[in-house]
Design a protein around this ligand. Structure first.
Ligand code: ADP
Length: 489
């Protein structure tokens, strides 16, 4: 039970029920107050002219002198016929001349004149208009009053209190039962119905919150696929959508961390493998040279040392590539953008690789249009990307083949295509060739580190460019990327 009152639903219910109770009480109080005012007002309206109409009845008793006995008798008869009213004869100053009642009940000798004047002077005074009740020191009640002449030559008033003492007690009894009946039953039923509907609505509203909490708790416990899937547009619905989005982001981040972790493991495994083989080879050859120094001839020594040198070069290249890739990954190197002629750079790179191509019997040439815009980029980085692609093209093309670097103007810059007539890449390998350490020939017998294309892709990403590849086994491969034009300097 304590838990219930601590819950949001319990608290809302408590507040709601308290408000409802207050409302009920206020309703009864206001209802009673206004109903009694309403009664008084309608009573006074109905009996507004009562005093004036009855005045004629007293005229015979006020001829030469005041016939008190006859007047009191008349008052008595009228009060018997209509117990709701009490009659008083007043002089013009408001002093009570006569009445019909037990004298001990009369608590005032005179009544205030102001309400009498107001009653008589105004055409339609604001009702109910209260005058002093002679039967109480404080009480005021609705009145009806009319001027009357009092012998010998004075003026006075016939003063009628509407809703006299008898009426009061009867009304109090009726009101008592009215409260019990209306307040206790009808209002009670309305309150109970409102409370039931309210509590039901609050229950459904807070139940949705309960659903949010249970989903968040399940998520916290490791059930990351749990979702709220709310389509309501209210605050709770929006909270649900926000929590779902947050869960989505957390899950994506976790997956990224997981795959990064996986990548890191693979990377470490690949790096250690790629470092171990040249190191083992270096160690082996150096050991042989040292141990059999006397037995082997100069030519063998040279050949062994050349192998060692080749492996050291390969190691150096691997370490350099790794270092460069890690800097690109960490975004430590940002391209230093400048405008340069991509045609000139292409010619330089082609010249650099010409000897290598010639050695392999591969024709290497560039196709450059006359007018080409300058491009924006980091010259050293683009040089590296271009070199990687051209070197690969030469490496994977056999004697008699051809490597062509073609530049073409495009909408907002220049497109660079490096095509070869080499052995091509099998379609199943194509999606992975930009992954680090990925090689089509799994033996790792090739010279390459398997990092060249990964570095090239990263460099182009840093230039907001994407590299595309098309390849057909035994026919050749084409790599293409674009560079945005820069200002001609
Ligand atoms: P590597 O240093 O081994 O060349 P890269 O990342 O540059 O590493 O290339 C990844 C793999 O993609 C290469 O091992 C090779 O199998 C394949 N590849 C790249 N360029 C070409 C090409 N022009 N023709 C055929 N295969 C290629």
């Amino acid at each position: 039970m304590k838990r219930f009152w601590q819950s949001l639903y319990g608290k809302i219910s408590l507040i709601f029920l308290s408000l409802l109770l207050l409302l009920g009480i206020a309703q009864i109080i206001i209802g009673l107050h206004f109903s009694s005012r309403f009664l008084e007002e309608s009573d006074q309206k109905l009996n507004h002219d009562l005093a004036a109409n009855l005045a004629k009845h007293f005229a015979p008793f006020l001829q030469d002198s005041i016939n008190y006995a006859a007047i009191e008798q008349s008052f008595h008869e009228m009060m018997v016929m209509n117990p709701r009213v009490e009659f008083y004869l007043l002089d013009e100053a408001g002093n009570i001349l006569t009445y019909f009642a037990d004298p001990s009940k009369i608590k005032r000798k005179s009544v205030a004149m102001e309400p009498i004047r107001q009653f008589l002077s105004e055409k339609s005074p604001a009702l109910p208009l209260y005058g002093d009740d002679p039967r109480d020191q404080q009480r005021r009640k609705p009145i009806s009053v009319t001027p009357i002449s009092i012998p010998p030559d004075k003026n006075g008033y016939l003063y009628v209190i509407l809703g006299g003492e008898l009426y009061d007690s009867a009304r109090a009894m009726a009101e008592g039962s009215y409260i019990l009946q209306t307040g206790g039953v009808i209002i009670g039923i309305i309150l109970v119905l409102t409370a039931a509907v309210g509590l039901l609505l609050f229950f459904f509203l807070t139940r949705r919150l309960g659903h949010l909490i249970s989903v968040v708790e399940k998520f916290e416990a490791g059930n990351y696929d749990e979702r709220i899937s709310s389509d309501a547009r209210d605050e709770i619905g929006r909270l649900g959508i926000a929590i779902d989005k947050m869960a989505e982001t957390i899950q994506a981040n976790m997956e990224e961390i997981r795959s990064n972790d996986q990548l890191r493991r693979e990377l470490i495994a690949n790096v250690s493998h790629d470092l171990r083989s040249p190191l083992a080879s270096i160690q082996g050859y150096l050991e042989t040279v040292l141990m059999k120094y006397e037995q082997i001839n100069d030519q063998q020594k040279r050949s062994y040392l050349q192998t060692v040198f080749k492996n050291v070069t390969r190691l150096e290249r691997l370490v350099n590539d790794l270092f460069e890739l890690s800097k690109l990954d960490a975004k430590q190197v940002q391209p230093q953008l400048e405008s340069f002629s991509i045609a000139e750079l292409t010619q330089d790179v082609v010249l650099k690789y010409q000897p290598q191509a010639e050695k392999k019997g591969v024709a290497l040439r560039a196709v450059l249009p006359e007018e080409l815009p300058f491009v924006a980029g980091d010259i050293a980085m683009i040089d590296r990307a271009l070199s990687n692609l051209i070197e690969n093209a030469i490496n994977y093309t056999t004697q008699g083949g051809e490597v062509i670097i073609e530049l073409q103007r495009q909408d907002n810059g220049v497109q660079i295509r490096i095509s070869d007539t080499g052995r091509g890449i099998p379609p199943e390998d194509l999606p992975y060739i930009f992954d680090r350490f990925y090689r089509v020939e799994k033996s790792r017998a090739s010279e390459g580190t398997g990092l060249g294309l990964a570095i090239t892709k990263k460099i182009l990403e840093a230039h907001h460019s994407e590299i595309a590849v098309e390849s057909e086994p035994e026919r050749g491969t084409t790599f293409a990327f674009g560079l945005e034009s820069g200002l001609k300097v």
